[in-house]
Design a binder for this molecule. Structure first.
Ligand code: GDP
Length: 230
């Protein structure tokens, strides 16, 4: 069963007040030192990742850095504290993206996911109107196999009426039944829905403080082929 975030759970509250851009990395060797903890955000292009990071942190321009031309394929790091970073993984593009770019994306993300000791949780963003595309399944399956905690945001939930929001939430939860370390929530950056729950999830991960045991991870490759219709 998918576990919902527990609102009564006491956790060390993550304070994003001092978050700042740290650096962009083209590949694993350019990433900042692998100390402390990291939570990475991923999703298909246009899922609402930049907007979500900006809304979450209360800084309108923070994630825009990643949108400047040439930076869209880079891994962007943000320092929250000495011990904690947020990571903006490059968005997975549409079919129009050249094959080489897809291959590079795959290699870089695969390397990052499998080898980054400080990675303690993954946030996957899916547009609530188009959930569980091939890319999303790829990331979800990887998390299950690699035993990586996963938190899903159904983004742009303002685009649906309340009943339809709940129906989609239920449908996705049913599809993910049996995945113990997956949590899921509704989210809207424009209508400011879901910030607290997401913050609590980050806080829980940080207070649990797991650094990776890479053995299971390094054996788990990201599925090589994401169908081109995604
Ligand atoms: P990214 O490519 O995943 O970083 O997506 P962006 O954050 O750039 O958002 C893509 C588009 O969706 C932009 O036009 C945003 O204005 C829009 N968008 C993002 N979040 C929301 C939301 O919560 N509600 C609505 N209605 N639109 C959103």
């Amino acid at each position: 069963m998918v576990i919902m975030p527990d609102p009564t759970k006491i956790s060390t509250r993550v304070d994003l007040g001092n978050i700042e851009f740290l650096k962009s990395a083209a590949n694993l060797s350019h990433c900042p030192p692998d100390t402390g903890l990291e939570v990475a955000f991923c999703g298909r292009s246009n899922a609402g990742k930049s907007s979500a990071i900006n809304y979450l942190t209360g800084q309108n321009k923070l994630a825009r850095t990643s949108k400047t031309p040439g930076r869209t394929q880079l891994i962007n790091f943000f320092t929250v504290s000495e011990e904690f970073r947020l990571v903006d993984l490059p968005g997975y593009g549409y079919a129009k993206v050249p094959t080489k770019m897809k291959r590079d994306w795959h290699e870089n993300i695969d390397n990052y996911l499998r080898n980054r000791l400080s990675l303690t949780g993954l946030v996957l963003l899916m547009d609530i109107r188009h959930p569980l595309k091939a890319f999303d399944h790829t990331m979800i399956n990887w998390c299950v196999q690699a035993q990586m905690p996963l938190h899903i945001l159904l983004t742009k939930c303002d685009k649906l009426k309340r009943g339809a929001q709940q129906a989609t939430l239920l449908k996705v939860k049913r599809e993910l039944a049996g995945q113990q370390t997956t949590t899921i929530q509704l989210f809207s950056s424009t209508h400011e829905i879901g910030q607290k729950i997401l913050l609590r999830q980050l806080s829980d991960w940080v207070s649990e403080g797991h650094r990776a045991d890479l053995t299971s991870r390094q054996e788990t490759s990201l599925a090589a082929e994401i169908p081109s219709n995604d």
